[in-house]
Design a protein around this ligand. Structure first.
Ligand code: SF4
Ligand code: SF4
Length: 320
């Protein structure tokens, strides 16, 4: 087992920042992952209000441009600096795993792939839940990281999860020490106070409990925007005034908005708020698992924490 002393952690991060893009959780107007200019702003314990997914799957991206009879695709910049992302929690890391399934498993998305390949993921294990909205201990999360940090007294114990992680440790070996300390099984778990008691929800679609919570929802889509696992996007074209240049773009999309299922002829497949709300929960807990063998939801709690009317769908399912 390796450790890195807290006393040298700041020097380590400064050194990393010198040659790499360093991304970490910081507290600004709200907590978020940001590219770091000043390491004193980093607090790796923060469970960021906004997820880190925008670094891989951009909110808005131009996929190609059609101009002068030619299609121009933005160049993939393979020589970009390596990005070191530190302070990801187990829920964040597992959400990246779900996004990898969507963007890399079948048809590979070159834009996503470029960002993923240049990024090293360093996790931070939460020894206790960040707040009452976390429920990761009831979800099927696995180990998915390049390096994982566990806080132990005046040091962080470091677990290596990939060759990429091992290569990184070798590069910064002067900060890492061998240690006899180890992580006990209970120290690998985080027992959350909120718990989803049952994940088999097939028989619950017509339960009357939905109505109460759905009546509080006004389809603002904050839940989906804040979700680190949600991956839906919209494709559209933008033209210039002369109509001789077209950009094909994509934006994050939200299943909570009626436009999400609108098709030609103005037909909307999920017109009622109830249909949209239920679809979100069934996708997170059932449909994705049917196809990929794991829940899409990783229990980060962001959709409940960020909901303006604090709709707690975990409590709702438990009551059912
Ligand atoms: S954040 Fe809350 S109010 Fe907004 S769409 Fe989601 S569940 Fe509805
Ligand atoms: S559905 Fe909610 S709790 Fe689950 S991963 Fe998305 S934001 Fe987190």
């Amino acid at each position: 087992m390796l450790k890195i002393n807290k006393a040298s952690f700041s020097d380590f991060l400064t050194d990393v920042m010198r040659y790499n893009e360093l991304v970490a959780p910081v507290m600004t107007d709200n907590s978020r992952f940001e590219t770091i200019k000043d390491v004193s702003k980093i607090d790796i314990r923060i469970h960021a209000y906004f997820p880190a997914k925008k670094f891989f799957f951009k909110k808005c991206q131009t996929l190609f441009t059609y101009y002068d009879g030619k299609i121009k695709v933005p160049e993939i910049e393979l020589d970009k600096n390596q990005r070191i992302m530190i302070g990801l929690k187990r829920c964040d890391l597992n959400s990246i795993k779900r996004q990898d399934i969507m963007f890399l498993q079948e048809t590979k998305d070159p834009y996503y792939q470029e960002e993923r390949e240049r990024t090293l993921l360093i996790g931070y294990h939460c020894s206790e839940p960040y707040d009452d909205y976390c429920f990761c201990s009831s979800m099927d999360l696995g180990d998915f990281y390049d390096l994982m940090l566990y806080e132990k007294d005046d040091a962080y114990l470091v677990e290596i999860g990939s060759d990429k992680g091992r290569g990184f440790v070798d590069r910064y070996r002067k900060y890492f020490w061998d240690t006899d300390l180890y992580i006990r099984p209970h120290e690998r778990r985080t027992e959350t106070r909120l718990h989803l008691n049952k994940r088999e929800i097939s028989g619950l679609r017509n339960n009357p409990e939905w109505k109460k919570e759905i009546s509080k929802c006004f389809s603002c889509a904050a839940c989906v925007t804040l979700c680190p696992s949600c991956y839906c996007f919209d494709l559209y074209e933008e033209t210039n005034a002369k109509l001789d240049k077209v950009q094909k773009k994509r934006n994050w999309a939200s299943c909570q908005l009626t436009c999400f299922t609108k098709v030609a002829g103005n037909h909307v497949f999920r017109e009622t708020r109830e249909d949209r709300f239920k679809h979100r929960i069934f996708h997170q807990i059932k449909y994705f698992k049917q196809k990929h063998g794991m829940n899409l939801c990783t229990g980060c709690g962001r959709c409940i924490r960020g909901c303006p009317t604090k709709i707690n769908w975990v409590d709702m399912l438990n009551r059912m």
